[in-house]
Structure formats: structure tokens, C-alpha cells
Design a protein around this ligand. Structure first.
Ligand code: 7UC
Ligand code: FE
Length: 287
């Protein structure tokens, strides 16, 4: 097992020379520590069955089952399927997930600590996923913006990203919206969170899920959030992962934003995600 750290100032370590089917529990502990340190690790050249992929997740922590069934792999509910490929003429999972800056499960009380993605079919002409290091963003935040997020709570709302399912046909938008709001009511987290193990602080807001900052008027909130997201999503903050077959990308969802790349029209794409709970709280108290 060989871990190649990123070049200074960059994101993304690379793990080679390991078949994760042979990962011992000692090695799993090491890998978790490397993940807290580097936040984004690409594990190259894996060739796993669905069950072996789930077994790997079990070595890192406790695999999650996504709250909506329409995302589940039909035989393995732990696998969240992002796919536009029909299997036996049937739709499996959901197409075009996460094409906006976000962290997974940010709109829940217990967000996901780790996430991994293992593509099964890659588009021919473009195969990218994007990341932003929110520990670095926090450190670089101009004082004027920092004042708005320090000792502040942010409200996150998942309902605007809800995808219509076959059961929604013939229902009024207002009824769907009311039901989704009951299913995932808005939640609050500190706008700045401290990592429970490393103690490093991250800015914990995203243009995908964060609806407002506490204590601001309607107008001020719109203005401040626009400034914050402009800063966060600056070109020089974005790390691009270009996928190769065999990659498993594993990341610290406490510290990074991510965004799925578009699949070019007419091309196929299918990937398997597993969310994993480690044995730590999502954040330590800030300050
Ligand atoms: O379809 C999607 O973009 C999924 C999104 C609403 N949730 C991903 C997550 O884990 O928060
Ligand atoms: Fe996501």
C-alpha cells in the first residue's frame, strides 16, 4: 500500500498497490487517518463486485442507506445509484445527481462523514467530478465575510433538490412540496465547524443546500450568501478529478464540497456511491 500525497497546496492523495479486498483492520485504521489528513483519496485499479464494495465500506465504518428508495440498487440498498443506463429495460437509481455544489446529507441532522464513489460506466468524452477544500476556504476567507459566518448557524434545506418520482404523477406541486418538507424539514448546523479529530475548521455552507444564515434580514442574507458563494466557488479553489476505470474516490464530507460533472448528451454514465458513518461526531463544538 503506497500513498502518494498531493503536491503542496493541492488536493487529492493517490493510493496504489492495494486491492481493498485484502485491507486488514490495521490498514483500515491507517487509511481512515490518511483520509482525515488528506480529505480526498483516489484508490486506483480496483475491480470489485457490489458485495466486495460494501465489504470495503464496512471496514471504514457503517454504510448508510439513503433515505429515498428510488436511489437504491435493487439488491443492495447501501448502494446509491447515479445512472442514466437502463438495465433490462428498467430505470435503476436516479440520473444526474449532485450537479451543484454541496456536501452529502447536509440537510440532515447527521450528515455523512465519508463518501465514496465507484464508477461502473464512464461517459466517453467527459468524466469529471469537482471538489473544493473548505478548510482552505475558511483560512482564506476575507475578514469582511468571516464576520458573517463566525458564531453563526446556517439553515440547510433539501426540498428544492427533490427529484420527482413515478408516484408523484397526477399530484399537485404544492402537495408534493408539503410532503417533502415533512420528510426533510430544514436543519441547522454551525456555519463554521471544527473537525472532531484534527480540530481544523471548515466553512460548512453550500450553494446547493444552504438557504440562509441566521440573524440576517431577507435582503442582507441574499447579498451575503452571494458574496460567500462567489468567493467559495472561485476557479482557483476548484480541484478537478478526471476519472479512470478502476478508481474509487473516497472523501471527507465534513471538509469538502463536491459537484458532479455533466454527462454529455447521449452518453452513458453509471456510478455507485456508498456513504459511511465513522465513529466520531460530525463536528466538535466550534471556537
Ligand atoms: O439527486 C440528488 O442530487 C441527491 C441529493 C438530493 N442528495 C444527496 C445527499 O446525500 O445529500
Ligand atoms: Fe453528492
Amino acid at each position: 500500500m503506497k500513498l502518494i500525497p498531493p503536491t503542496a497546496g493541492k488536493l487529492g492523495a493517490e493510493l496504489t498497490g492495494i486491492d481493498v479486498r485484502n485491507l486488514s483492520s490495521d490498514m483500515a485504521v491507517q487509511l481512515r487517518l490518511q483520509l482525515y489528513e488528506h480529505r480526498l483519496i483516489v484508490i486506483r485499479d480496483q475491480n470489485l463486485s457490489k458485495q466486495e464494495y460494501i465489504d470495503f465500506a464496512n471496514k471504514l465504518g457503517r454504510p448508510q442507506v439513503y433515505f429515498q428508495k428510488n436511489y437504491h440498487h435493487p439488491e443492495h440498498p447501501e448502494i446509491f445509484v447515479s445512472s442514466n443506463v437502463l438495465e433490462n429495460g428498467q430505470k435503476v437509481g436516479v440520473a444526474g445527481t449532485g450537479r451543484y455544489w454541496h456536501t452529502d446529507y447536509q440537510f440532515f441532522q447527521d450528515p455523512l462523514p465519508f463518501v465514496m464513489v465507484y464508477p461502473q460506466i464512464l461517459p466517453n468524452t467527459r468524466r469529471e467530478t469537482y471538489y473544493i477544500d473548505m478548510q482552505r476556504v475558511y483560512e482564506e476567507l476575507p475578514d469582511e465575510l468571516r464576520a458573517y459566518v463566525e458564531n453563526t448557524q446556517a439553515i440547510h434545506d433539501g426540498k428544492w433538490r427533490y427529484k420527482i418520482t413515478p408516484e408523484d404523477i397526477d399530484r399537485a406541486l404544492i402537495d408534493i412540496l408539503n410532503d417533502v418538507n415533512k420528510l426533510v424539514p430544514p436543519v441547522m448546523h454551525p456555519a463554521v465547524i471544527r473537525h472532531p479529530l484534527t480540530g481544523r475548521k471548515s466553512l460548512y455552507i453550500s450553494s446547493g443546500f444552504t438557504s440562509r444564515l441566521e440573524g440576517l434580514s431577507y435582503e442582507e442574507n441574499i447579498e451575503v450568501m452571494a458574496k460567500l458563494f462567489n468567493f467559495i466557488e472561485r476557479e482557483d479553489h476548484i480541484h478537478t478529478h478526471t476519472w479512470r476505470y478502476g478508481d474509487i474516490l473516497l472523501w471527507e464530507n465534513r471538509a469538502l464540497l463536491h459537484k458532479a460533472g455533466d454527462t454529455p448528451k447521449g452518453e452513458r454514465s453509471m456510478s455507485y456511491r456508498i456513504g459511511v458513518y465513522d465513529d466520531l461526531p460530525f463536528y466538535a463544538n466550534a471556537a
